[in-house]
Structures are given as C-alpha cells and as structure tokens.
Design a protein around this ligand. Structure first.
Ligand code: KG4
Ligand code: ZN
Length: 330
C-alpha cells in the first residue's frame, strides 16, 4: 500500500510517501530561518509559507518515490493540535487531493503521529507499551494497551519541555530553536547549578514553567551582580534537570503498568542525553526500547503517514467533512 502523508501543523511543511512501513520519500521544508528573527513561530507567516512550499514539495516527493498520484492508496494529513492557519493548508490540500483522485483520507493527531514514528522501525514495537512524547507543543506520558486505545498517563500542566528549552535559550541569547542550541552548549558545561525538577510529586504530571522561571531569575541575579553568565554550565544544568525529570516520570509510569516496551518520541527526543538516559532506564527495567532516528523525532510527514496507516487499517477512512482542530488532544 502506498501512503501519502502531509504535515503542516507548525513551522515545517512536510510530505512523505510510504510503501507499507518503508519510507520512499520524506521531505521537510523548514521555515526556521524565516521565524528566527522573531524568536518563535509567527502563525500568519507560517500559514503563508506552507502555502508556497506545499505544491513543489508534493511534486518532489512523488518524483523521489517514483510514484504517481494514481498509485497512492491512502492520503493522511495532520488534523491537530497546532496553529489553525498552518493546519488548514496541509489538511485542505490533502482533502482536495483525496476528493479529486477519489482516494481514502485520514486525519491524524500530531501527538499520535510522533508516537507512531516509532512504528516505522523494523521490527516495529508491539503494544502494550509506554511512550514518553516530548515536543515543542506537548509533553506527555502515554499507555498504549493496543492500537486505537491510547491513554494519557501524565502531561504537563503548563509549558512543554521544548518550550522551556526554547525560552531558556532565548534568555541565554542562543536563538531559536533552543533545544539543539542548549544541547550543543551543555556538552561544554557542568550541571553544577541547582535548578528545580519539572516533576509534580505524587503524580505523573510535569510542570516546566518553574524551571523556566528559575533560569530567568538566576540569569538576572548574576547579571545584576555583575557576574558573567556561566552559559555552558547553565545549559548543562537545565538539560540535566529536564532529562532527569522526564526520566523519573517515565520510570514511574513504566513501573506502574509493568511495561515491557518503552518508546520515546517528539522533537526533544532528538536530544542525545535524553535518548541515552531513557535507553539506560529501559535496559535497567528489562524493557525493549524504541526511539526514532533524530530526523523522525522532529516534525515530519512519514510519522503522519505511519499513524494514518494504522488508523485506516483499524477504523477505515475519515469523511471529507472532517475539520482541523487546533486543540486536539490524543
Ligand atoms: O516535535 P517538534 O519538532 O515540534 C512540535 O511538535 O512541537 O519539537 C520541536 C521542539 C523544539 O522545542 C525544539 O527546541 C526541540 O523540539 N528540540 C530539541 C532538540 N531538537 C529539537 N530539544 C532538545 N535537544 C534537541 N536536540
Ligand atoms: Zn511535533
């Protein structure tokens, strides 16, 4: 089965074509450079840039995969959560193509898509499993007893882990996106500064706003005292606090449901320290561990096609009257 996936929920326009679970094309047009001067994603700009990028990217993906529209068996697009204007571009295009070419269509939850990036592995993970999903828009722990029954075990009560890293990076003058910049700087520093953990005791939830504020306050205090910012130590301490907090809640979740399989996903899962810490945790718990390669952790359309394929096999196509939902929950 040839599956076309479209992703446009934030600042990456992405098109992918799968044959079964094999990736034939996986193209991403990033808007990072356009948003960088603003220190974050400008929604209106994002929507306009998706509109410009989508058609050429679609043609390039078809050419790379060596597949024509007539051969495509299923069309999937991200339905939410995300920026409404951005979502509408990819979603409307996918529905229009599905209608014109008379192909089945599936709307995909972006968070589920991040989780299903793991199902492109060979061999794929097998539920029941626990998944930690950490992106710029979301941070959560999920239990998947079987396909189609995703349950949220814990989530952030305020900022996501990615947001926390992005905002802290802005304070440190590292630019946008902050996650990769913090990671590069952290390698040069020591995690010697004391920062709060982003966990909430007695629950599997997270809170990253206190950690973010602690970085702001510490930076301001040092600047006021005329001291030079220990930027690499601050980056290392922040990364350590984020990774340790995520890992300890993942441990609690995996233990609570006796998970034999642990998954990691989302843009922050591209972080080497987090990948290593969660892999070590899984090994300690005797669980199988899956994390997508970094390019499938950050936003892409292969994960959308993957999630859409599983949805289609289980529940069939969606109607073309389905709309986007910027606040869609898993
Ligand atoms: O999943 P994603 O591409 O988009 C959303 O769905 O939000 O995640 C983007 C987030 C950003 O906050 C970015 O700073 C973070 O992922 N990120 C990283 C790394 N690469 C991307 N965070 C830490 N280390 C990285 N290497
Ligand atoms: Zn994402």
């Amino acid at each position: 089965m040839f599956v076309l996936g479209l992703e446009s929920s934030c600042d990456e326009t992405a098109v992918a074509i799968l044959h079964g679970r094999r990736i034939l094309a996986n193209l991403v047009s990033s808007q990072l450079a356009a948003h960088r001067p603003f220190g974050g994603v400008v929604p209106e700009l994002a929507a306009r840039m998706h509109l410009e990028a989508l058609r050429p990217l679609l043609h390039a993906a078809m050419a790379e995969a060596g597949v024509t529209l007539a051969q495509i068996d299923l069309i999937c697009a991200t339905r939410g959560p995300g920026l409404i204007g951005a979502l509408l571009v990819g979603f409307s295009a996918a529905k229009a193509i599905a209608w014109a070419a008379d192909k089945p269509f599936v709307g995909v939850n972006h968070i589920e898509a991040h989780i299903y990036a793991n199902f492109l592995a060979e061999p794929p993970p097998v539920p029941p499993l626990v998944c930690l999903t950490v992106s710029g828009g979301h941070t959560g722990l999920f239990y998947l007893p079987e396909h189609g029954r995703l349950q949220c075990m814990g989530a952030t009560r305020d900022d996501s882990a990615g947001e926390c890293l992005d905002k802290a990076a802005r304070i440190l003058g590292l630019g946008y996106p902050g996650g990769p910049a913090i990671e590069r700087l952290a390698v040069k520093g020591m995690p010697r500064l004391s920062l709060p953990r982003p966990t909430i005791e007695g629950s599997l939830d997270f809170s990253f706003s206190g950690l973010k504020t602690a970085v702001v306050n510490l930076s301001h205090r040092l600047i006021q005292q005329g001291e030079e910012l220990p930027r690499s130590d601050l980056a290392a301490s922040l990364q350590e606090s984020v990774v340790a907090g995520l890992a300890s809640q993942l441990r609690a979740a995996a233990t609570a449901c006796g998970a034999r399989t642990i998954l990691l996903s989302g843009g922050v899962a591209a972080n080497k320290a987090l990948r290593e810490r969660t892999a070590a945790l899984a090994a300690e718990l005797g669980a199988a561990f899956f994390v997508p390669p970094p390019e499938l952790c950050t936003d892409n359309a292969a994960m959308v096609a993957s999630a859409g394929s599983f949805h289609f096999a289980r529940a069939g196509p969606d109607g073309l009257d389905l709309g986007v939902d910027p606040d869609l929950t898993p």
